[in-house]
Write a protein that binds this ligand. Structure first.
Ligand code: ST9
Ligand code: NDP
Length: 539
């Protein structure tokens, strides 16, 4: 009898403990435990953060398949082995030392028929995958239309076809961009009709000569600024076409920046979007940029996007919404911040925490006026670059500054469409999803950008770029400050010499300038004599 009572008590205690544990446990993390996930674009910026968060928050995830291509002379295996050593995985490495065992790389090339996946691998995916996260894309603004179509559109179509055959698929999450519909000012969480019949366009570019496609690209893409945003818009439509066969959702992040909190504040590993410009400003290379200071800079931290992606995956699979959900993942409508403010915080952070071996003291003219910007480009970019290259030549070195500036100007030209205008995105679905989360999920998968403190975020972004992108140690800051002081002295000396030279030229040519010059010099002389006389009297 005693044994039975003990057993009953133990059982009740166990049930209570389990209920308590479940009530405080994250539903999202619990959902991914024992699921098999497929990620495309896992070697990219967002893919890595997605994989890290998934493996850290759901350590019992069954497997994470990733589609990887061989690249730059490295095999798929070598790339993955190098990737898991990356700093981004430091936290998960600490929590689950064997995390890489969950990662199952699959050789694939998204521009090839059937994604170039072998029959064996394909079978494995079809029988096991529960959730697909499609992140792979070309995000270059200058991508030739044919390649952008092949990867962003045809690649997506092929992945959708593969996913249709997956026996256990519960959700397909497509990562698009908030700028897919940037030809509109107000962008709702809906799919807009495509500007062309996609099949006809793909057929056209298939047989047309590359040079002809290049020539007619501006006509084809119409009021889209580049092939990237255009092809992302087409891909959204294809995804929507599958809504009756697949449980799909689309996430549209705006400009994805360094992380807010996870895995580390300020984590970033590429020069895309504002990151390259921020670094160029910190190095004192970028001194002028064409932006509308009052336009909203719709930056979103990468960890916010990843948390929303994981939450959307869970919601799509578990709640199976009747209509296909599109989540605009933006900050402008909720917690706006302007380009002018970003510029101010970037410069002030780099003055306090300078980058090593800066070219000039960080400072930036930010204007939307084309002529003023051109003036500053000539004065503060091209002239110093030419002078420096001249100095390099004199000292027997190879000139390089002009080349760097030409690349910078090309990037600035491609980015200015986004920095001189504002858009309004609705974010009802993001808010609705937030309301569906338990307090624990809201904490673990936070995508509430109302809590984002911009000045702190930008500071961490700049410091993150210094640490993780440029691999500069924070202990080098005193030396970097010393270097800035040296640059300041050089600048003062240079400006004074320039002023004297200009003035001398002016004096040689104008009687009036000469008269003013003699007047000023005699005034200074009288002033000095007066001071000397009065100090002698005092003693
Ligand atoms: C006062 C401060 C103010 C700051 C504010 C400034 C304003 C910024 C505005 C940003 C707005 C962004 C809007 C984006 C909106 C769309 C968002 C998306 O949906 S989607 C996503 C948005 N998509 C994008 O953002 C893509 C946009 N980017 C592109 O399309 C191209 O990069 C390009 C056409 C701009 C230049 O092409 P190209 O000239 O061929 O040059 P490559 O690219 O081939 O790079 C060659 C090598 O150089 C390396 N490197 C680069 N920068 C730097 C640097 N600063 N240093 C050192 N190194 C740098 C680079 O890593 C590479 O190394 P490796 O790999 O060879 O070893
Ligand atoms: N970064 C941003 O600001 C924003 C990004 N997005 C979207 O988020 C997604 C991820 O972007 P992000 O991580 O920044 O981009 P990255 O350029 O960092 O990553 C792109 C990924 O796609 C893979 N990929 C490219 N071409 C192929 C191919 N032919 N076959 C297989 N894989 C390929 C790359 O693999 P590999 O390493 O082999 O090149 C890489 O893993 C994209 O869909 C993008 O449109 C949306 C809004 C903003």
């Amino acid at each position: 009898m005693q044994v039975v009572n003990n057993h009953k008590r133990y059982h009740l205690q166990e049930v209570r403990r389990r209920t308590e544990r479940e009530s405080t446990m994250s539903s999202i993390a619990a959902y991914y435990n024992r699921k098999t996930v497929l990620i495309t674009g896992a070697t990219g910026f967002m893919g890595k953060v997605l994989m890290e968060k998934l493996l850290r928050s759901s350590p019992n995830v069954e497997a994470v398949y990733i589609l990887v291509r061989p690249k730059a002379g490295q095999s798929m295996q070598e790339r993955v082995a190098n990737m898991v050593k990356s700093k981004v995985f430091d936290r998960v490495r600490e929590d689950c030392p064997h995390f890489q065992e969950k990662i199952k790389p699959i050789n694939a090339e998204l521009t090839q028929p059937n994604l170039a996946i072998s029959a064996k691998d394909s079978q494995e995916l079809l029988s096991r995958v529960n959730v697909v996260f499609h992140c792979a894309a070309t995000i270059r603004f200058d991508e030739p239309l044919k390649h952008a179509l092949l990867l962003n559109v045809m690649g997506t179509q092929q992945l959708l076809l593969l996913s249709r055959q997956m026996q256990k698929l519960e959700a397909f999450i497509h990562v698009s961009t908030a700028y897919a519909n940037c030809n509109r000012r107000n962008i709702d969480e809906v799919i807009y009709p495509p500007p062309v019949e996609i099949k006809k366009l793909c057929d056209l570019v298939e047989w047309l000569d590359e040079s002809i496609i290049q020539e007619i690209t501006p006509k084809l893409i119409g009021d889209w600024p580049n092939t990237y945003t255009y092809t992302k818009a087409l891909a959204e439509y294809l995804v929507q076409q599958e809504k009756d066969h697949l449980n799909v959702a689309i996430i549209r992040p705006s400009i994805v920046g360094a992380s807010w909190h996870e895995p580390f504040p300020g984590w970033i590993d590429n020069f895309n979007g504002p990151s390259g410009m921020i670094i160029a400003a910190g190095k004192g290379i970028l001194q002028t940029v064409k932006v509308n200071n009052d336009a909203v800079a719709d930056l979103i931290p990468v960890d916010v996007v990843i948390n929303l992606i994981l939450a959307a995956g869970w919601y799509t699979a578990v709640h199976r919404p009747k209509t296909m959900m599109v989540y605009n993942c933006t900050t402008g409508g909720i917690n706006p911040f302007c380009w002018g403010d970003i510029g101010y915080h970037v410069i002030s952070t780099f003055k306090r925490n300078p980058l090593e071996q800066a070219f000039r003291i960080p400072s930036a003219q930010m204007t939307s006026n084309h002529l003023i910007n051109q003036y500053w480009i000539t004065v503060s970019h091209k002239a110093p670059a030419m002078l420096y290259d001249f100095y390099l030549r004199l000292t027997g070195r190879k000139p390089r500054m002009m080349k760097i500036f030409n690349r910078l100007h090309k990037s600035m030209m491609l980015l200015e469409y986004f920095t001189t205008q504002s858009w309004e995105w609705s974010s009802e679905n993001m808010n609705m999803l937030m309301a569906q989360l338990s307090p624990e999920d809201r904490r673990l998968f936070n995508f509430d950008v109302r809590q984002l403190h911009w000045s702190e975020y930008i500071e961490n972004y700049c410091i993150g770029a210094k640490k993780y992108l440029l691999n500069e140690d924070m202990s080098g800051i005193p030396a970097a400050k010393q270097h800035l002081r040296k640059l300041r002295n050089i600048q003062y000396a240079f400006n004074t010499t320039l002023l004297v030279i200009i003035w001398r030229i002016f004096i040689a040519r104008s009687q009036m300038a000469r008269n003013i010059w003699y007047f000023v010099v005699s005034l200074c002389y009288k002033f000095l004599s007066y001071f000397r006389a009065s100090s002698t009297l005092r003693h």
